[in-house]
Design a protein around this ligand. Structure first.
Ligand code: DGL
Length: 319
């Protein structure tokens, strides 16, 4: 086989991105902006969302199933655009995947360490992410003098999901104050209760350790204080994706129009289509539905090796 033709085929393959639902689109959108020539397959496990209240072992199983599904579709890299799934499964998925795998925790930790000046960093995330200690560990690996204050803010996922459904207007910029989705006053009370203790910790940087949270960054900022840097890992993750693809000679620089596919386990495809279109600022046509039954069939060890052998026999990408 001619090596050059294999490389060309690999370069034009899509990137696979997944999350428990639509939160990962904050990362997908940043990747699309930074890497406009890359095609993408986005997978939202909406039917099993939220992940944050589940055991890490359960989330790891889901992440393996989705990884196998994405590999079946033929992707050249996998982005775990979900902090909970990154905490639960990044190391494992890296071991089983023949293509590069990038999570969102290390990029978020790195961005926070870059931004802080007093080394007091707050982290908010789902219960599973905070309990895993993955952010504290990652931040301290980068700078062991940092002090990390972590708080689980599980209901923020529900606030975002509800806000997006109530709003339905296009979102220009997640971090811009004007683009905040609608948040009910009762939800603002919940947010105050969550964030009040963090205000007493003299943090100058707060990591949004859940890919859903950038949608409510303005509300979070208004409670925690405008002097606190708000960190979303999306930008830094997209930079990592670019660096990893460039390093493996997988970066697509062709001027051909990329294609994007959207898949979900959710039962309401129209709801998924509308929310995706709104978040990504583009019209999404015909998202695909993947049944849980099929996904589960990809989850056991035999299925993993079957998928991998099919993958390595096909015209694959990785050299
Ligand atoms: N977006 C996911 C994350 O980054 C969490 C949402 C959920 O609980 O499913 O952790």
């Amino acid at each position: 086989m001619n090596t050059e033709s294999v490389d060309t085929a690999a370069v034009s393959l899509p990137i696979g991105v997944f999350d428990s639902g639509i939160g990962g689109m904050t990362v997908a959108r940043e990747i699309m902006q930074q890497l406009p020539h890359e095609s993408m397959i986005y997978f939202g496990d909406t039917q099993r969302c939220p992940y944050g209240s589940r055991r890490l072992s359960e989330v790891r199983e889901y992440a393996i199933q989705i990884t196998n599904w994405l590999l079946e579709q033929g992707v050249k890299a996998i982005i775990i655009a979900c902090n909970t799934a990154t905490a639960a499964a990044l190391d494992h998925i890296r071991q089983i995947s023949p293509v590069p795998v990038i999570g969102v925790i290390e990029p978020g930790a790195r961005a926070a360490v870059k931004a802080t000046t007093n080394l007091n960093i707050g982290v908010i995330g789902t219960q599973a992410t905070i309990d895993s200690g993955a952010y504290s560990q990652s931040i301290r690996e980068i700078n062991n003098e940092a002090t990390v204050f972590s708080t689980a803010t599980p209901r923020f996922v529900e606030i975002v999901e509800a806000g997006l459904r109530l709003d339905r207007s296009p979102l220009e910029d997640f971090i811009a104050p004007v683009a905040s989705i609608y948040v009910r006053p009762a939800f603002q009370e919940i947010a105050r209760d969550y964030l009040e203790p963090l205000k007493r910790c003299n943090i100058d940087t707060l990591v949004l350790g859940c890919t859903h949270y950038p949608f409510i960054a303005p509300m979070i900022s208004s409670i925690i204080g405008s002097h606190v840097n708000i960190i979303s890992s999306a930008e830094e993750t997209a930079r990592d994706v670019a660096a990893v693809l460039a390093d493996r000679s997988l970066l697509n620089t062709s001027s051909r129009r990329p294609y994007h596919r959207f898949a979900t386990t959710g039962l309401d495809l129209e709801d998924f289509r509308l929310l995706s279109s709104m978040v990504l600022g583009m019209t999404i046509v015909a998202p695909e539905q993947v049944s849980l039954e099929y996904l589960e069939s990809l989850g056991d060890a035999t299925a993993v090796s079957e998928v991998l052998s099919t993958y390595s026999e096909s015209a694959t990408p990785i050299t």
